[in-house]
Design a protein around this ligand. Structure first.
Ligand SMILES: Nc1ncnc2c1ncn2[C@@H]1O[C@H](COP(=O)(O)OP(=O)(O)OP(=O)(O)O)[C@@H](O)[C@H]1O
Length: 227
């Protein structure tokens, strides 16, 4: 059994008179501990695929299974529970909460998970130090640069060591050194804790880290290479 199984996924969008096939009968499976980059031209369906796997968007047809459990037909609250406990998101749309400090943003998910305050503080401080934000934990997002905000978002996604991290253009705002640090963290989590990473990216620097590279065009997989 694969950790993630996608079977014959279809997702269409109506745009004016035309129908866009964001996912066109796409099937793919990922093992636990996979480290995958999704590439492909803008509009090829990368984000739509991550959304489907993360239970963020309804499909027209097809099945998504996480650890053998079908998730595409679950209720909103069942999906929220799976997201909370199994998946870390590094998505632009999941941006930081502006009224919370960097540390509070990182602690937010742990708070919802019911982790006690002292443990939350300890874990949040440790992960903020790891992503190079020590001393900035009391700043609000608006007081941080784009790249620093991105690192807070990454810290929040990985602090609870989810089984799966879904990342959509995680290095979009990062200079080379910050990109390398981020990818090294991803690789360490992947190697030491067998966290699965699915990363949609246009960044060839990021693709160099992938163990498996999938290329999408028009909602289909056109290349799938494992190194
Ligand atoms: N909510 C929506 N309404 C209408 N069309 C949509 C919607 N979401 C996605 N699409 C369309 O579906 C197609 C796939 O979009 P998607 O965002 O998955 O592509 P992508 O490969 O992630 O692109 P990018 O690299 O630019 O992020 C695109 O043509 C997009 O315009």
């Amino acid at each position: 059994m694969s950790a993630i199984e996608c079977l014959d996924l279809c997702k269409h969008f109506q745009q004016g008179d035309s129908v866009i096939k964001a996912l066109d009968h796409l099937s793919v499976a990922f093992e636990q501990g996979a480290f995958v980059c999704l590439s492909g031209p803008s509009g090829s369906g990368k984000t739509t695929l991550l959304n489907a796997i993360g239970g963020l968007d309804e499909l027209d047809s097809g099945e998504v299974r996480l650890d053998g459990q079908r998730i595409d037909n679950l209720s909103k609250s069942e999906l929220a529970d799976i997201r909370l406990h199994k998946i870390g998101f590094v998505f632009q749309a999941y941006n930081l909460i502006p009224v919370l400090t960097a540390r509070e943003n990182v602690e937010f998910v742990m708070q919802v998970q019911g982790i006690p305050a002292s443990e939350r503080h300890e874990k949040a401080n440790a992960i903020l130090e790891e992503v190079g934000l020590l001393g900035m934990e009391h700043r609000l997002p608006a007081q941080l640069s784009g790249g620093q905000q991105q690192r807070v978002a990454v810290a929040r996604a990985i602090v609870s060591k989810p089984k799966l991290v879904l990342a959509d253009e995680p290095t979009a705002n990062l200079d080379t050194r910050s990109m390398e640090k981020l990818m090294e963290q991803f690789v360490a989590l992947n190697q030491n804790h067998k966290v699965t990473f699915l990363i949609a990216t246009h960044d060839t620097r990021v693709m160099a880290y992938a163990k498996r590279q999938i290329k999408m065009v028009d909602g289909q997989i056109v290349a799938d290479e494992t190194r």
